[in-house]
Write a protein that binds this ligand. Structure first.
Ligand code: C5P
Length: 415
């Protein structure tokens, strides 16, 4: 096990520590102390039951930040609202996680601040269960644990041993030092640790005159979800984004642009070792941009358009090109068109989805989506899900293909 002084990966990380009710809550104090010692920024959220076991004042003094307990607390909400807090977190660690808290999380309840934050965050969630052995072994708890694992909540522990109730068996919370090791490894061992990754997202705007433009309805959500998932895997993420009003995921460098030309320039400044083109770049721009506002005098108006640069194809054609992933939104013959783009643009992978009538509730500007992945010689269907879950699955496939391709083919840029 690492020593208390070697948790250097925690430095500067935003860790939200949730404390739920249980005798092990007293260990939260030592945990906060260790996280702070490692250089992390810690904000503590307690359930009402937790404050029966450890005082908010203790955790406030140790974390250096106000401890939050209630969802509807005007003073705290004014300082940092719960949604802001959910976004601030790079990791949510709930220690101890009681049987009741796990049940609420598995059921998707939003009846207190901590459960609400777990629903609202895009950060990975880690639970350190602590309870009586029979409660841990109860079928309900085991089914809740399985549900949570399936949703990619990481359960650490419980350990076996003597319990506060006098019994012995599985249910003890891991010791604070073990939890610090797990957190430290979490930030160190991401499969993309140190890898530079650039993502484009959102629409572009192509000016017609000083006040008008051509654009599209892209929300940017898929690209933002990919950026968040990649950052959680340890990548150094640059997000080059057209005009959208989404909050920047934790730990991601954001570069705001408007036109396709500006997006290309920002991408070429550092296409990274992995490049993912998720933006809905306008294909055409007005050939001339009127200097003054165009007057509505003529009954008809024609605007000559010209092609914008294809950012994805440009990056894929670079000499030291990154591992390059494109998107394809299609209304018919999904696989044929997507594979044609994969080949024509020389990509390593393409993620295709239906748009228009066949998209169901997914696709452009919606929360849900389904993706078909294609790469040279293979492919996989990713089941429909919310964009964050899809982004995580997509990123896992990208990592696998990137590592495979990079091992065999050294043309991908390296540090
Ligand atoms: O050829 P098509 O526009 O369907 O290809 C879509 C893919 O190409 C997407 O990944 C999109 O981000 C990218 N693209 C681009 N620059 C353009 C047009 C599309 O990067 N000008």
């Amino acid at each position: 096990m690492m020593s208390e002084y070697s948790h250097q990966n925690l430095a500067g990380r935003h860790i939200l520590l949730g404390v739920s009710g249980g005798i092990a809550a007293y260990k939260a104090a030592e945990l906060v102390r260790g996280l702070k010692k490692g250089g992390a920024e810690v904000r503590v959220v307690m359930t009402r039951a937790a404050s029966e076991f450890v005082t908010p004042m203790t955790l406030q003094a140790l974390s250096g930040n106000p401890v939050r307990q209630a969802l509807f607390d005007p003073a705290h909400e004014a300082a940092m609202g719960h949604i802001e807090l959910a976004r601030w977190a790079e990791l949510v660690l709930v220690a101890p996680a009681s049987a009741g808290f796990m049940a609420r999380l598995a059921a998707g309840m939003a009846d207190d601040l901590l459960a609400t934050l777990c629903l609202a965050t895009e950060a990975p969630i880690m639970l350190a269960p602590a309870m009586n052995r029979q409660m841990w072994q109860a079928q309900a708890t085991q089914e809740n644990a399985a549900t949570l694992r399936r949703r990619e909540v990481q359960l650490v522990g419980p350990a076996e041993g003597e319990q506060a109730c006098g019994e012995s068996g599985p249910g003890r919370m891991l010791e604070p030092l073990q939890l610090l090791d797990v957190c430290n490894t979490h930030f160190a061992a991401g499969p993309l640790a140190g890898v530079r990754l650039t993502v484009t997202a959102g629409p572009t705007r192509e000016a017609l005159d000083p006040v008008r433009y051509i654009s599209n309805h892209s929300s940017g959500r898929m690209g933002f979800a990919i950026a968040a998932a990649a950052a959680a895997m340890g990548a150094r993420v640059r997000l080059v984004v057209g005009p959208v009003s989404l909050p920047t995921p934790a730990g991601v460098e954001r570069i705001d642009v408007e036109s396709a030309e500006q997006m290309l320039k920002a991408v070429l400044a550092d296409p990274g070792q992995i490049f993912i083109a998720c933006a809905a770049v306008a294909d055409y721009r007005p050939r001339e941009v009127a200097e003054e506002k165009i007057k509505k005098q003529a009954p008809q108006l024609s605007v000559a358009l010209q092609r914008t640069p294809d950012i994805l194809a440009t990056v894929a054609a670079l000499e030291n090109r990154p591992f390059t992933v494109g998107f394809a939104a299609e209304t018919e013959q999904l696989e044929r068109h997507a594979r044609a783009k994969l080949e024509a643009k020389g990509l390593d992978m393409i993620a295709a989805n239906w748009v228009g009538e066949r998209a169901g509730d997914g696709g452009f500007n919606s929360e849900n989506n389904a993706l078909e992945l294609y790469w040279p010689g293979g492919g996989e269907s990713l089941p429909s899900g919310d964009k964050m879950t899809l982004a995580r699955t997509l990123m896992r496939r990208v990592v696998e293909r990137y590592k495979k391709t990079n091992g065999a083919d050294k043309s991908h840029a390296e540090d």
